[in-house]
Ligand binder design. Sequence first.
Ligand code: ZN
Ligand code: ZN
Length: 267
Amino acid sequence: MMKRFKNVNIVLPLILFVFIGFTACSTDADDGGDVIIEEEGEEGEESITELSSAFDQFSDAVTVILSSDGTQIDIETTGFPNHRSIYWETDNELYEDEPLVNKTTQDTFIGGGRGEASSFTVDAIPDLDGATVATELGTIGIAVSGSAIFNDQEGMGDLDDAAGSLDWAGAHKGPGVYHYHLEPTPITSDDDSLIGILMDGVFIYGRQCSSTGTYPTDLDASGGHTSTTQYETEAIYHYHIINEVYPAGNYAYEPAYVLFAGPFQGY
Ligand SMILES: [Zn+2]
Ligand SMILES: [Zn+2]
């Protein structure tokens, strides 16, 4: 199984990785889906032989591809969320009227505008050398739902002013992709659920941490710390939503929590 990952360019939907991961876990008591660091790798880049089982949590919208040398992971998504929203077209079964939400524009809908698809490539092992990189406008990560994660800034102005257009998932859509700015309650609501992966290759979780069963107290400025997770038996660096209420006066579903305000720690 590992040999296939190392030597063959595999382009498969995530569901197959789920199956492979399950098979590997059931036959090898030591790996448990953990990331394994190898000595080899081009240009000194660290490589892995197996994707983290955290990727099993992503919806069918997301395709994850480990490069043949194990140093990089491609993450692609259709961008369509797997939950209800006012931003679906009204004839979609996931459409839900949200009377308190002021849509960005009335003719905006999921799948419209520039569409929803996005992709990026991350190092299989994030570069945690202490240097930080500021996030930019646009997609900064992909959530397990399939949709994009944005930071705490809004392209056309302050997020405070746009908060009234955010749906129950803390997300909205303009001409660009449907995206989350706040704690995405269909994915996590005051718990330790995996939310997604950011463009620096670091996973982000809800406000609580499975390592302690409560709110972490050792987070850095990005909401990151190093501990075990539900999916990693070895301590690994990961982000959390910082448990500070975001006072968005016109958000329909208070309390609100900013999803990720950066900076990236893993570039
Ligand atoms: Zn936005
Ligand atoms: Zn944690």
